[in-house]
Design a protein around this ligand. Structure first.
Ligand SMILES: Nc1ncnc2c1ncn2[C@@H]1O[C@H](COP(=O)(O)OP(=O)(O)OP(=O)(O)O)[C@@H](O)[C@H]1O
Length: 277
């Protein structure tokens, strides 16, 4: 995979960024995060890496309303959204995936993706059921949009398949599709490539890049450093609830602290070993 090619510099302090700063979270006696921050700018992809238990998911949870931090702030375009409930965070334009996606038992792939539109659908469910013309047209439009997102992710042939029949890797892809369909301004992806084949990873990677090119800011938690390196302009490395370092993937991959703490430690695995090379 080749490295990212960005032709415009990152705005130094974009007013419309999603910013977490000084985040602290404790679970009982465990300090999961101790003063962690990350900034996601529209149209850019930021990687968030670190060993298991370093606090990546907890930071995601704080930025998406699933965990209220004990200290620190999350702002969206300068507005304080710290501690807003998850459904209001979604309405503010922030979507996320889960390591174990929460998709209704028995839903087919297209229906799962259609759920992503609930924020933007212009007509009511009842209108659709009653067969009102505008609602019907809207429903058709959303189905077509969902199918287009699925096409982009190479999942079009699976649109009528029940999600529970898919591998966990593909379920995560469907979750990514739901986020893309939502039209969110920011998307937080939690290990989206886990369990995917190389070809599927490349399709996913292309789509993430396309979505960012449309102006969406993306925060990517991913253990596959080759993928992180190919997609991200900036990488934040966590270690036991703190930011160990932050910078361009090439810089981070050479940082002795990162090699010692993370990349070197997992160097036996093919995908991550490549990162340390
Ligand atoms: N709900 C919880 N209750 C208690 N401890 C928790 C909870 N959630 C996370 N932790 C602890 O907080 C720390 C950070 O966990 P977190 O899941 O954020 O790490 P992570 O980097 O996402 O790990 P992984 O790569 O395994 O997903 C760990 O010590 C974890 O055991």
């Amino acid at each position: 995979m080749t490295g990212p090619a960005f032709d415009t510099p990152v705005p130094p302090a974009a007013a419309d960024a999603l910013v977490a700063s000084g985040i602290e979270v404790a679970f009982g006696g465990i300090k999961a995060l101790a003063g962690v921050g990350a900034t996601v700018v529209p149209g850019r992809i930021v990687g968030l890496i670190g060993r298991n238990g370093s606090g990546k998911s907890t930071l995601f949870n704080c930025m998406t309303g699933f965990v209220r931090p004990g200290a620190g702030r999350v702002t969206l375009g300068g507005a304080d959204i710290t501690g807003l409930p998850a459904e209001r965070v979604v309405r503010a334009g922030i979507a996320r995936t889960f390591q174990t996606p929460r998709i209704a038992e028995g839903a087919d792939v297209r229906t799962a993706v259609l759920c992503g539109f609930f924020n933007s659908a212009k007509t009511s469910f009842m209108g659709s059921v009653a067969g009102f013309g505008a609602a019907r047209r809207e429903e058709r439009r959303l189905r077509e949009e969902a199918d287009a997102v699925l096409e982009g992710l190479g999942l079009a042939d699976l649109r009528h398949t029940e999600v529970r029949r898919l591998s966990m890797g593909l379920v995560r892809m469907v979750d990514v599709a739901r986020c893309i369909a939502s039209g969110a301004r920011f998307i937080l992806l939690d290990e989206p490539a886990a369990g995917l084949t190389q070809a599927e990873q490349e399709t996913l990677s292309r789509q993430i890049r396309d979505v960012a090119a449309r102006g969406v800011g993306i925060l990517l938690v991913e253990h596959n450093f080759a993928l992180v390196r190919s997609l991200c302009e900036t990488v934040v490395v966590l270690e036991t609830g703190r930011v160990l370092c932050e910078g361009a993937p090439e810089t981070v991959a050479r940082d002795p602290r990162v090699l010692r703490s993370y990349l070197g430690a997992v160097g036996e695995s093919d995908e991550q070993g490549e990162a340390a090379a």
